[in-house]
Write a protein that binds this ligand. Structure first.
Ligand code: THU
Ligand code: ZN
Length: 295
């Protein structure tokens, strides 16, 4: 196992070490913890769920990729189903800083991509920045979840973001994570583009209409998808490539495992992700092929 991760496990309370090691080294570990396992870990350790999530944060943060800041942030989201989803921040040397993914965005988009329609809690090892507070205010469930920080009482988002600006100010009533299918389809038979269309179908782009999605294929054949998550304040929007790249890393893979990328987006949207997607891929590896089509 990743030696840094093993060191983090050895610093956990004794009763958690072996069960967490077993979970994280299981072949199908996908950076989530099922509700029953959360209960089992809680029973074994005597920690309540909130203490357990705080204890697991360094493991979430171990998936960070921070060549610029070396500042590793971990986040753990509890989905409406009771499942936990890890997230970690991700930076790109050579690209503009706006391409960065924050740990909160990583964990929330992780839960969303895996089918959650709401979250009940996000636990983070640092106070969420203004950009993340705004990102979270886009959620359909923005008034229904708690933010848990170390040594703080859990608080709703409006405690951290009073007098907020959000989707309703722009007459948008369905927020991020609202179950959606935009019903796009593809004429051609192309498995990777088809996965990108699936991602575009769940994208949240009420401000530009640029419904878009990414599918990343790794050399081992695994595919990770990312849907575009737009924000009422525009700048905190999370591009589809960022969502998909964050999935690659939190599942324990590396950028060097990427074999090809597909981007699809709605024709006639007010913006396009093509140039930014290409620019970010170029700093990762200019040889990664990008397939692009309008839907
Ligand atoms: N960061 C987060 O992941 N979440 C926050 O809300 C604070 C900042 C990350 C972004 C960047 O990778 C690094 O920490 C330094 O800002
Ligand atoms: Zn942030």
């Amino acid at each position: 196992m990743h030696s840094q991760r093993e060191m983090i496990i050895q610093a956990l309370p004794n009763a958690l070490q072996q069960p967490v090691r077993d979970l994280m080294t299981a072949p199908g570990f996908d950076a989530t913890i099922a509700k029953q396992s959360v209960k089992a870990l809680s029973d074994a350790s005597g920690l309540d769920e909130s203490q357990l999530k705080l204890a697991l944060l360094p493991l979430a943060a171990s998936f960070s990729y921070t060549p610029i800041s070396k500042f590793n942030v971990g986040a753990i989201v509890t989905g409406k189903s009771g499942k936990l989803y890890f997230g970690a921040n991700m930076e790109f040397t050579g690209a503009q800083l706006g391409q960065t993914v924050h740990a909160e965005q990583s964990a929330i988009s992780h839960a969303w991509i895996k089918g959650e329609t709401a979250i009940t809690n996000i636990t983070i090892n640092y106070s969420p920045c203004g950009h993340c507070r705004q990102f979270m205010n886009e959620l359909d469930c923005a008034s229904e979840f708690d933010i848990q920080l170390p040594d703080h009482a859990p608080q709703p988002l409006h405690y951290y973001l009073p007098d907020s600006f959000g989707p309703k100010d722009l007459d948008v009533t369905e927020g991020l994570m609202h179950p959606t299918s935009h019903d796009y389809s593809l004429d051609q038979q192309h498995p990777l583009l088809q996965r990108a269309v699936d991602a575009a179908n769940m994208s949240h782009a009420p401000y530009t209409g640029d419904h878009s999605g990414i599918a990343i294929e790794l050399a081992n054949g695994k595919v990770f998808i990312g849907s575009y998550a737009e924000n009422a304040a525009f700048n905190p929007s999370l591009p589809p490539l960022q969502v998909a790249l964050s999935q690659v890393l939190i599942h324990g893979f590396q950028f060097s495992d990427i074999q090809s990328v597909a981007l699809v987006e709605a024709s006639g949207g007010a913006i396009s992700h093509l140039a930014d997607t290409q620019a970010t891929l170029d700093v990762i590896d200019p040889d990664i092929p990008l397939i692009y089509t309008n839907i």
